[in-house]
Design a protein around this ligand. Structure first.
Ligand code: MLC
Ligand code: AMP
Length: 512
């Protein structure tokens, strides 16, 4: 069988003229920097040769925690090309978080920011990792220094569709973070479906302003542009004013709802600025109908909302054409080849319009959680459908609406936060007896994390001090925006904390 290496497929879509600009940086050191398709080809070959020279076992994990840069994307391509497994980590993760991922995944190579080399390399070497490189967002670091001596041609390692391409850590429906194992086949089938569904083409220009360590920015956005042979305007971080200023040159934009809320606050978002745009896509978190309507009013464009997750890449999308068929408040129709159904808790399918657990299947659905066969088995039904942990309904005409989650998850600005994780970190702090973490509505982030803490008898704890301590232990986006100290948590007759009451109590905390 011919190789199904995802890199080979992406490479085949590069335009014939490799000297065209593939990526132009919009910010960061030296901007604007222009990278041609040939640059992507050669640099990924050099890094792939460096990896190959290390003589790592097949399917070695290459863990990467770096700031966003074009070189980080080249490193991703190089890992695919060399046939290893890409393991991206949010650049905000602190030592305890990185320690867990590295300990669990046992990567052969870790790549980190130069400033973090001290603590990251310590964690990596203790976990048995032999190679730690640095990569900074100004094209410096030991990874590129070493790769500079490598040949700039490389034959991609043959891989089959079922071979592992990436591991993305996510908490699934419960508990500690699990590594979702995605294959070359999972990623390529989804990328191809989306290329056709959203009409990616050579003349497209994508504004890429999402991080490249999660599904949305790394796979959905980058694969789309690469498979389309389309140019990217590359933002290392989202800045609404700067993005609005580049809209007139662009045709496609992708964002989490927070990005749309912030764009709406920009006077530069006008119909005139969007005159060449053909597609605005939103996902990763629910898009409020007010945002959907306000954006249509201001820009003349209807945001296309889609739905997916780390374990499955993309599952549903609103229709591309006609634009008028896109329905606000829904996540659209199952993508071609993807099965989506709503079930009751007893394993029975529900009729159209009834609310139930969303289950999915398709070539895009992951092959399981890294080294957790029992957890994997729990999250699939007996007939092989993956339980998303989302709750929704499917209308008679197939449109899916997500109405809630059965998993205890907060999505803040498109990042997932698991209350149980934050609670366990808070409960370890001195003077804390117990805590409850909930998500409440937030105008900018959609949901914001709030913690309610009960001190131990005789202890005095301070909300702001707790938040300050958390800042050193967990990524910033997980740190509660407010910490309340209370004498006790509301409980039901069974002794279970009534989080719904807490959500109600703090509902208006961030209302504008
Ligand atoms: C930053 N902060 C956040 C936050 N992002 N807090 C809560 N939630 C977030 N998402 C913190 C900062 O650290 C800072 O803390 C304070 O909030 C204000 O920061 P900011 O300057 O407003 O934030 P900014 O740097 O502009 O980042 C906001 C953002 C970013 C929305 C641009 O969060 C982002 O890029 N989100 C996209 C996430 C994403 O790509 N998700 C896709 C997952 S894939 P302090 O303490 O310093 O003041 C997936 C599957 C699918 O879900 O379907 O796509
Ligand atoms: P992650 O684990 O980061 O991949 O997040 C996946 C979760 O994000 C899904 O299970 C949903 O709960 C949520 N999600 C993604 N897209 C949407 C959307 N368009 N609307 C509502 N929730 C979404």
């Amino acid at each position: 069988m011919s190789s199904q290496n995802l890199f080979t497929a992406l490479r085949a879509a590069f335009p014939a003229d490799l000297d065209q600009v593939a990526i132009e940086t919009a910010d960061g050191p030296g901007a604007p920097l222009r990278y041609s398709w040939r640059d992507l080809e050669r640099a990924s070959a050099m890094i792939a040769n460096l990896l190959t020279s290390l003589e790592l076992p097949a399917a070695s994990r290459i863990a990467v925690q770096v700031d966003k840069s074009v070189e980080a994307l080249m490193l991703y391509l190089a890992v695919l090309r060399a046939g290893h497994v890409y393991l991206p980590l949010n650049s905000g993760y602190q030592a305890a978080e990185v320690e867990y991922f590295v300990g669990n995944a046992e990567p052969a190579v870790v790549v980190c920011a130069g400033a973090n080399f001290g603590w990251v390399s310590k964690i990596a070497f203790l976990a048995g990792t032999k190679h730690v490189y640095t990569l900074d967002d100004d094209r410096s670091g030991t990874l590129l220094d070493r790769a500079a001596f490598q040949p700039d041609t490389h034959v991609p390692a043959p891989r089959s569709a079922s071979d592992l391409a990436a591991i993305l850590y996510t908490s699934g429906t419960t508990g500690r973070s699990k590594g979702a194992m995605l294959t070359h086949g999972n990623l390529l089938s989804n990328a191809r479906v989306l290329k056709d569904y959203w009409g990616w083409k050579a003349g497209d220009v994508l504004i890429h302003a999402l991080p490249v360590f999660h599904v949305h920015g790394l796979f959905v956005a980058s694969h789309g542009a690469l498979l389309g042979g389309s140019r990217m305007i590359w933002f290392s971080r989202f800045d609404a004013r700067a993005v609005a200023a580049r809209l007139p040159e662009a045709t496609v934009f992708m964002g989490v709802p927070t990005l749309y809320v912030r764009l709406l606050a920009e006077p530069g978002l006008t119909r005139e600025a969007c005159r060449h745009m053909r597609l605005f896509i939103s996902g990763s978190a629910p898009l409020l109908i007010e945002t959907f309507n306000a954006f249509r009013e201001r820009s003349g464009h209807t945001i296309l909302e889609r739905y997916g997750m780390s374990e499955t890449v993309m599952l549903t999308s609103n229709p591309y054409r006609p634009e008028s068929a896109r329905r606000g408040g829904t996540v659209g129709l199952p993508l071609p080849g993807v099965g989506v159904r709503a079930h009751d808790g007893q394993g029975r399918p529900l009729p159209a319009g009834e609310i139930g657990n969303i289950q999915v299947q398709g070539p895009n659905v992951f092959i399981g959680y890294w080294r957790m066969p029992e957890k994997t088995a729990e999250e699939f039904t007996a007939d092989g459908w993956f339980k998303t942990g989302d709750v929704g309904r499917i209308d008679a005409d197939g449109f899916v609406t997500i109405v809630g989650r059965s998993k205890d998850l907060i999505i803040s600005g498109g990042y997932n936060v698991y209350p149980a994780e934050i609670e366990s970190v808070i409960n370890e702090l001195p003077g804390v007896a117990e805590s409850a973490v909930v998500g409440v509505p937030h105008g900018d982030f959609g949901e914001a994390v709030v913690a309610v803490v009960v001190p131990r008898a005789g202890a005095t704890v301070d909300g702001a001090a707790i938040a300050a301590q958390l800042r050193t232990r967990i990524a910033n986006f997980k740190v509660p925006k407010q910490v309340f100290v209370v004498p006790e948590l509301p409980r039901n007759a069974m002794g279970k904390v009534q989080k719904n009451l807490l959500r109600e109590q703090y509902r208006a905390l961030f209302s504008r």
